[in-house]
Design a protein around this ligand. Structure first.
Ligand code: NDP
Ligand SMILES: O=C(O)C1=N[C@H](C(=O)O)C[C@H](O)C1
Length: 266
């Protein structure tokens, strides 16, 4: 599997280059940066701190389309949607880690998946994907007596809120409780808000310093509370998951998959 990484000089991009180089069964085919970037022509390995790889950074996906089988995209929603259109028109696989997509963009992914195999997941770490299973189990056992609150913390540069992972955690818990997250989610309370309603699922966001990604889900009732917590301490956990997903896509039929499929957790 030849992998192309777009957003190669970004926080995740550099980790993705390292994870690709370290993984078996895959190789780095291309690495892309923003059009006009001063990094065009630089060695992708040197940018990622893993030494020379002989793969020069480029700024056009069209120009390197023969150099890869699967694109890994951790960028922004609008760029990701352009890349999805490109990959589906050339029947290339794509692994998407970008968060903050609108409902309309998520629907477009479902259509594009008729023409290309796609893995789309807000969090590629094994730990978070196991946590999603634990959350469904906890919610089913605890039921409506326990208030659910989801607290997430990320670095100061993150642009979307709540995190994609927090939203997915909310969806999993809501589904297990027979609720629709769109109807029961409450974001960032402030002012004279009155008492909590029984079925709401609250989201709180912290943005500070260099936090890689913390998620904590509370189930609280009179007399006790349970907290299910995941803390990422390195972006390599996401990058390794994305490369695993890229490798997993080899020979897969067109369709929309997530990390639960990749990790066989369904
Ligand atoms: N699913 C998961 O497991 C994870 C998901 N994420 C998500 O991944 C996304 C990226 O996060 P992060 O790496 O921190 O963000 P960064 O801003 O560090 O990286 C994004 C990169 O994309 C580049 N870029 C922008 N436009 C283009 C373009 N037209 N062509 C090529 N490259 C372009 C940027 O370049 P420039 O800097 O020059 O603007 C930047 O290097 C976010 O949505 C985040 O939430 C993050 C971690 C884990
Ligand atoms: O932007 C980040 O950094 C992260 N984004 C993802 C999200 O929005 O859930 C995953 C991870 O927590 C890091």
């Amino acid at each position: 599997m030849r992998i192309a990484i777009i957003g190669a000089s970004g926080r995740m991009g550099k980790n993705l280059i390292q994870a690709t180089v370290e993984a078996e069964g895959v190789e780095l085919g291309a690495a892309l940066v923003k059009p006009g970037s001063s990094l065009v022509g630089a060695d992708a390995g040197e940018i990622a701190g893993v030494g020379k790889l002989g793969i020069m950074l480029v700024d056009s996906i069209e120009a390197c389309k023969d150099d890869f089988d699967v694109l890994i995209d951790f960028t922004s929603p609008s760029l990701t949607m352009e890349n999805v259109a490109f990959c589906s028109s050339y029947n290339k696989a794509i692994v998407i880690g970008t968060t903050g997509l609108t409902d309309e963009q998520k629907n477009e992914l479902e259509c594009a998946a008729n023409q290309a195999p796609i893995v789309f997941a807000p969090n590629m770490s094994v730990g978070v994907n196991l946590t999603l299973k634990l959350l469904a189990t906890a919610a089913k056992i605890l039921g409506d007596d326990y208030d659910v609150e989801i607290v997430e913390a990320h670095h100061r540069h993150k642009v979307d809120s709540p995190s994609g992972t927090a939203l997915r955690m909310g969806e999993v818990v809501a589904e297990a409780l027979g609720r629709d997250l769109k109807e029961c989610a409450v974001y960032g309370r402030e002012g004279q808000i009155g008492p909590r309603t029984q079925k709401e699922i609250g989201f709180e966001t912290i943005r500070a310093g260099d936090v890689v990604g913390d998620h904590s889900v509370w189930f609280a009732t009179e007399g006790e509370r349970i907290e299910i917590v995941h803390k990422a301490s390195s972006r390599m956990t996401f990058a390794k998951g994305a490369v695993r997903a890229a490798n997993w896509l080899s020979g897969k039929q067109n369709g929309l998959y997530d990390m639960q499929d990749v990790l066989n957790l369904k």
